[in-house]
Every structure is written in structure tokens, then in C-alpha cells.
Design a protein. Structure first.
Length: 278
């Protein structure tokens, strides 16, 4: 079971990295608001279809307010995350997003009273140094940095919410509520900026949505472990996947400092894997 959680997080990391690549490509043709909205809308239709096919029963969750809060976090994490990709490379956007590690680990220790062992701090520090090394020289005038940090803050809130929700609700229930509520929230806030001329991009949007849903599912599965700190550190694999996808499909350069950063991240991730398997 512990190994399943590890593999769930690895699959989730790859899906979210692939999602970044898909978004980066679509942003060349569609505005951010349209991509985000139709990603949520198509996701809702897929989830509802699965609900009818599998005949699963979804009840009004006693944690509805937390689902609502998780969806608010998800909406803005997604929006700011997609905006980040309009300004900087896929690998840079992903690495900046990993400032979430500090927020999520600290919040998890406070809210869930998890023991924040010194070795966790060292692993986080090693991984984050790798993040800084990979990010390299980005000017503070670049809006991508600030969108990335805002997204990371919202993601950390979502991580804490998911960690609580999956202890009481199934992964499918978490995705169901998130898909429906997020679609409504995003439309109410951004409806004036959404372009509905997307007929030529329905298939790419469908693929993007499926990738996101699969990533969400396995992410929720991996957090069915009380040791949130360890799962968060393992998620550093996203940086490695994103760097590779950016190199092969977007012609993003992999410099010496990128390789050094990846090595540091791999070191921290290997130790995390050993901790979870124990």
C-alpha cells in the first residue's frame, strides 16, 4: 500500500508536467481564461459521465465547506499557474511553484500536528536549493515570478485541504466536488474574459482535461498517507519531468545549473522514497 502511494505520486507528477506542456502550447492560440474555464467545464462533464457509467453514489459531504475552500484554492492556483506559463519557461514555472513546499509542510505540521522532524527540514532545504539552482537568473520585473508565487500559495492551501478530505471522502468524491464547484466559481469571476470560440481546440482541451483529472486522482490517492511532508517532497519529480518535456518539445535549454539542481532534487527524492517504504 505504501508503494502504491509512491507510484500514485509519480504518475501524478508526470501528468501535471505533461499538463504544463499542453497548456504552454495552447496559450499560443487561446487566452488563459478560456483554457482554464473549459478545462473545468469539460472536466465536470467527464466526472458526471463517469458517475452515470459507474453508478457511483455521491452524497452531500459533511465536509462541504472544506470542499468549497479547496475549490477556491484550486481555481486561483490553476489561473495563476496558467498565467505563469505565459511569461516564463515550463521548467522555470514548475520550479517556482515548488515554493509551495515551505507553506504546505509548515501548515501540515501546525494543522495536523505532524511531527516536523529535523531530517524533513534538511530534505526540504536540499530540494529547494535544487529549485533555486534550476530557476537560474530571472529578473524580478518578470510577472511570471509573482504569478508563480501566488499559485504556489494557493496550491499549498489545496494540499492541506486534500490531506484532510481524503481521510473522510473517496478520491472520486474529492474530484467530483472540485470539478463542479470550480467551474461555477471560475465562471462567476471571469465570465467577461472567457472566449467561447474554441471549436477548433476542443480535442486539445479534452486531452488537457483528461491529463489534469488523472493527475488529480493519483495526487489524491498519494495523500491518503498521514505523512504529508514526505509526499510533498516526493512531488519534486515534477521538476525533472517538466525540464525533460520542455527540452524535447519546446526547445528549452538544459544548462549546467539545471543539471546540478536536478541532482539535488533527485537526492532528496530518493531519501523520501526510502522513508515512505519503511
Amino acid at each position: 500500500m505504501k508503494k502504491y502511494k509512491i507510484y500514485s505520486q509519480i504518475v501524478s507528477c508526470f501528468c501535471f508536467s505533461l499538463l504544463g506542456l499542453q497548456i504552454k502550447i495552447l496559450l499560443e492560440s487561446l487566452p488563459t481564461e478560456s483554457i482554464v474555464f473549459f478545462r473545468f467545464l469539460i472536466g465536470s462533464f467527464i466526472v458526471l459521465s463517469l458517475l452515470l457509467i459507474t453508478k457511483k453514489k455521491i452524497y452531500l459531504s459533511k465536509n462541504f465547506l472544506i470542499h468549497l475552500l479547496r475549490s477556491f484554492f484550486g481555481v486561483f492556483a490553476t489561473y495563476f499557474g496558467y498565467k505563469t506559463l505565459t511569461y516564463i519557461t515550463l521548467s522555470q514555472a514548475t520550479t517556482i511553484g515548488f515554493t509551495k513546499v515551505f507553506f504546505a509542510s509548515i501548515f501540515a505540521s501546525i494543522i495536523f500536528k505532524e511531527r516536523f522532524l529535523f531530517k524533513y527540514f534538511i530534505l526540504i532545504l536540499i530540494g529547494f536549493i535544487g529549485v533555486l539552482v534550476i530557476t537560474g537568473p530571472i529578473t524580478l520585473q518578470n510577472h511570471g515570478i509573482y504569478y508563480g508565487l501566488l499559485s504556489a500559495m494557493c496550491v499549498s492551501g489545496g494540499i492541506i485541504s486534500i490531506s484532510f478530505l481524503v481521510k473522510n471522502d473517496s478520491s472520486f468524491t474529492v474530484i467530483f466536488y472540485h470539478s463542479i464547484i470550480s467551474t461555477i466559481i471560475f465562471f462567476l469571476i471571469f465570465h467577461q474574459k472567457i472566449s467561447f470560440n474554441i471549436i477548433d481546440y476542443l480535442f486539445p482541451l479534452l486531452l488537457l482535461t483528461i491529463t489534469a483529472l488523472v493527475g488529480q486522482y493519483f495526487n489524491a490517492e498519494s495523500y491518503k498517507d498521514s505523512r504529508t511532508n514526505l509526499i510533498v517532497i516526493l512531488s519534486y519529480l515534477r521538476i525533472i519531468f517538466s525540464t525533460a518535456l520542455g527540452f524535447f518539445f519546446l526547445n528549452e535549454e538544459i544548462s549546467l545549473h539545471t543539471i546540478l539542481g536536478i541532482v539535488l532534487i533527485v537526492i532528496s527524492t530518493i531519501y523520501v522514497k526510502k522513508e515512505i517504504i519503511k
